[in-house]
Write a protein that binds this ligand. Structure first.
Ligand SMILES: Nc1ncnc2c1ncn2[C@@H]1O[C@H](COP(=O)(O)OP(=O)(O)OP(=O)(O)O)[C@@H](O)[C@H]1O
Ligand SMILES: [Mg+2]
Ligand SMILES: [Zn+2]
Length: 246
């Protein structure tokens, strides 16, 4: 890998960022194929990617307080406990090694799907991995907003945002199926998931809807046993638990 050619060398690091001799503070290196790769020596490109994904994230409010550590698997019914254990285990495995994996958790309201999505996102982002936690309605809204903005900056154009959702190193897509569906939104969803499927990019999906009830092309990709884990979270609604049992 070689540094990017920069006619105005040397580039000063931004305040708070390291002075990196490997990339000449360009934060990217050019690999053998001519493609740009984040400079791993200074890690700044990675941090910037984390921050740029965070600007679209649905990771706010209670999601910031949801971790594996406060996800309870205790239930008076041992079958419910087992289901919660399996879901927590699968989410923990995904959070530790997301590369090349898909995890789909579907089930009833209040069964803890969003809590596990947030726990995965908090773990990954805490470890500096660029991960995007976004609900499907927020993703659609971000794309609609981009169409209205008609801006030129890469992050604000429709194609810039779509590309971000297609290529985020880890995408945690919550509430799939909760968006107001239209032929356009169905097309967007297919484009994002198909790209991630073909390139085996880490993706976690949570939904109230069983995989087989999606468009058959999406349903089939979600259930590829080669690298997708599909779990039904059949736990009871945690929101209805008496406070003394939580
Ligand atoms: N096993 C659990 N341990 C601790 N808290 C839980 C557990 N399951 C759910 N909760 C809490 O209950 C609330 C509802 O859970 P959550 O939002 O994850 O449900 P959901 O499955 O995403 O529901 P919906 O389908 O309505 O989106 C949250 O505050 C969450 O932290
Ligand atoms: Mg939810
Ligand atoms: Zn560097």
């Amino acid at each position: 890998m070689r540094p990017l050619q920069n006619p105005e060398r040397p580039v000063r690091p931004l305040p708070g960022e390291p002075d990196c001799a490997y990339c000449d503070n360009m934060r990217f290196l050019v690999d053998a194929t001519g493609a740009l790769q984040p400079c791993e020596h200074c890690g700044v490109a990675r941090q910037r990617k984390v921050r740029s994904l965070e600007s679209f994230s649905s990771r706010s409010g209670t999601a910031l307080t949801q971790f594996f550590g406060n996800f309870s698997v205790v239930d008076s019914d041992p079958r419910q406990s087992r289901v919660l254990e399996l879901c927590k285990e699968a989410a923990t495995d995904f959070a530790h090694v997301p590369e090349g994996q898909w995890l789909v958790i579907w089930g009833e309201r209040g069964s803890g799907k969003s809590h596990l999505c947030a726990a995965v996102a908090n773990h990954l982002i805490g470890a500096g991995t660029p991960a995007l936690f976004i609900t499907m309605p927020d993703l659609i809204a971000a794309l609609k907003q981009a169409m209205e903005l008609q801006s030129n900056t890469e992050q604000e154009t429709y194609s810039g945002r779509l590309s971000l959702f297609k290529t985020a190193p880890v995408l945690i897509l919550d509430d799939l199926g909760a968006e107001t569906s239209s032929p356009w939104s169905d097309g967007v969803l297919f484009e994002i998931l198909d790209y991630r499927y073909r390139n085996r990019i880490a993706t976690m999906i949570a939904s109230n809807v069983a995989p087989d009830r999606f468009d058959p092309r999406i349903a089939s990709r979600m259930q590829d046993k080669a690298f997708c884990t599909v779990l039904q979270n059949s736990a009871n609604d945690y929101r209805k638990r008496p406070l003394s049992d939580r």
